[in-house]
Design a protein around this ligand. Structure first.
Ligand code: SF4
Ligand code: FES
Length: 252
């Protein structure tokens, strides 16, 4: 089985070809380990849990944003890859056929080396929305939530901060100031929490042309998320809340 891997050494970019010995149930991450162990010790990639929990092995595999530890080599060898277009469900041209597997770094983030990207811009946006409880707004006594209220935020709390959505987002690609899908999904997770009392401040943080109003609503983030988090739903939810909030101000 052939792997075509994009390399970067700080100055130049090129592709290297490797042949791997395929084993049953082998993941792309395991194939990268084999290449690193047996053919090129300088190949750089990031991982930690190997179990789709830490989010650190996010890559662009066969032109799709995927976790390397969760992607089976046998499932993607020879797959027909369609172009990912920023404008919704129209006929998509085929951009890849053939058996070789192409592995590239996650788009929309600066590359440090080979398949390792700099996650700083992603985490800067995440921190900008302050997705957490703010002590000055919280009650001192213990607060509990009903099961129904937990369900409303649970799917957003599943985010592992892998940045696959950020790497797939056409707005993040053209506007590096855009907060991005993961930051907004995590903001919504707290906004919807009945124990969170800084809701007005949160609306202010996301109500901008680099916040929710920048979204193209093409659902690419939802499509690639390995944890079924729906960032676009969070973004449209915020849009509705902002409009209601502003109408309340106008009409009292
Ligand atoms: S929303 Fe999904 S794709 Fe985006 S960072 Fe969280 S887990 Fe990853
Ligand atoms: S190594 Fe942790 S998600 Fe893949």
């Amino acid at each position: 089985m052939k792997f075509k891997i994009k390399r970067f050494d700080g100055e130049k970019t090129w592709f290297d070809n490797f042949e791997i010995k395929h084993k049953p149930h082998m993941s792309v991450l395991e194939a990268l380990f084999q290449i690193q162990d047996e053919q090129d010790t300088s190949l750089a990639f990031r991982y930690s849990c190997r179990g789709a929990v830490c989010g650190s092995c996010a890559m662009f595999i066969n032109k799709k944003q995927r976790l390397a530890c969760r992607t089976q080599v046998s499932e993607i060898a020879g797959e027909k890859v369609l172009a990912i277009l920023p404008y919704g469900p129209v006929a998509k041209p085929v951009i890849k056929t053939g058996d070789d597997i192409i592995v590239e770094p996650l788009p929309n983030l600066p590359v440090i080396k080979d398949l390792i990207v700099d996650m700083d811009p992603f985490f800067r946006h995440y921190e900008a929305v302050k997705p957490g409880f703010e002590p000055e707004h919280q009650e001192s006594k213990e607060a509990s939530m009903s099961q129904d209220d937990v369900k409303k935020v649970d799917r957003y709390a599943a985010c592992i901060l892998c940045a696959l959505c950020y790497g797939a987002c056409p707005v993040s690609a053209r506007d590096r100031d855009y907060l991005g899908p993961a930051a907004l999904a995590n903001a919504w997770r707290f906004y919807g929490d009945t124990r969170y009392h800084a809701k007005e401040e949160m609306l202010k943080r996301v109500n901008s042309k680099t916040g929710v109003w920048a979204c193209d609503e093409v659902y690419r983030c939802v499509e690639v998320c390995p944890k079924q988090v729906p960032p676009t739903n969070a973004i449209t939810g915020f849009m509705r809340k902002i409009i209601l909030h502003e109408m309340k101000h106008i009409f009292g």
